[in-house]
Design a protein around this ligand. Sequence first.
Ligand SMILES: *Cc1c(COP(=O)(O)O)cnc(C)c1O
Length: 389
Amino acid sequence: MSHHHPHARPTLPVAGEDHARLTIDLSALADNWRTMARRSGAARTAAVLKADAYGIGLEPAAKTFHHAGARDFFVATPAEGAALRALLPDVRIYVLSGMWAGSERLFFEFDLVPVIVSEEQLVVFMAAIAEGGDLPCVLHVDTGMSRLGLRVEDALALAEDAARPASFAPIMLLSHLACADDPAHPLNRQQLQRFRSVVKAFDDIDATLANSAGIFLGEDYHFTLTRPGIALYGGAAVNGVPNPMKPVVTAEARILQVREAKAGESVSYGASAVLARDTRIAVAAIGYADGYMRSLSGSGVPLRTAGISGASGVLHGHAVPLIGRVTMDLSHFDVTDLPPGSVRAGDFIELFGRAMPIEDVARAGGTIDYELLTSLGRRYERRYETAKK
Ligand SMILES: *Cc1c(COP(=O)(O)O)cnc(C)c1O
């Protein structure tokens, strides 16, 4: 029994007290970076750290990659770059969203490399270096995604523009693949050819094209630097092939109650799950407020009306399906087929990770592992496992 001491200072929950936990395996993270570096052949290998390192935590991820040998890092925004600079003083940090008017100061103060994404940003950048002095930049060329980057013809014109100020010398060209997760897609080769034509026009310049999936497309796609993200975090970069990466994140939730319900009774909001048999239900302390999305529900959400089943968790080595709707803080799993008495309140159920591939759970929710990882809420206890000694 614990006792309430009226004069003791209350402390926040500590390890083991909270409702859900994330275990983040930093040695798997380092191994995954080394695997991608090996697959990148002669090219240098960066690490993409945007969105708090895909949800796992910027600081432990940045330090782990740096220790493994990474010296080039990509973030989405200058604020992310500034946070990273405080952790790693001696690396190159590229900001994928580039430099917009009003953000110039951050690039100089935190030594960030803007990835220029438009003609408009080019103007902002030119004005910034005219005033603030030398600053390297990367030029993003759109080769088939219509998201960010100069059009190929504009990039070619820029390369050939004799009037281009001598001070404007991008240190690298960048483009991004739209369909690299589908190796047979014809757009991959088209993007490669367009990118090559621009790289050639700029004459002897560094270049980067491949994200995680792009690295798997082979040497042609590697250029000078590769930019893996999801594969480092254990995600499945390429569709339709076994995922070669080690799982990094394991999410688990506490079972709050194990209860019996009778055939014909219903479970959760909307009564969408009507039980076909007497059922033992484990109620887990996890919900959509934790990023365990409502679309993962066993029934009662539009994606599920086609008869597609929802996600499953793993309890004591057995896969157990979600039943009914996922709610804000709670989800229900059918544990009828487990040995009686084997599931108890207080046990943890794995939602995804070592025993349940994250990409399978994401697919059951109509999404991708990227979204599942970057949506994980703030309520988890986070445990970082470092290299085994
Ligand atoms: C997010 C991102 C990456 C990393 O992509 P993954 O598919 O996670 O490997 C690389 N390049 C750009 C431009 C990105 O936005």
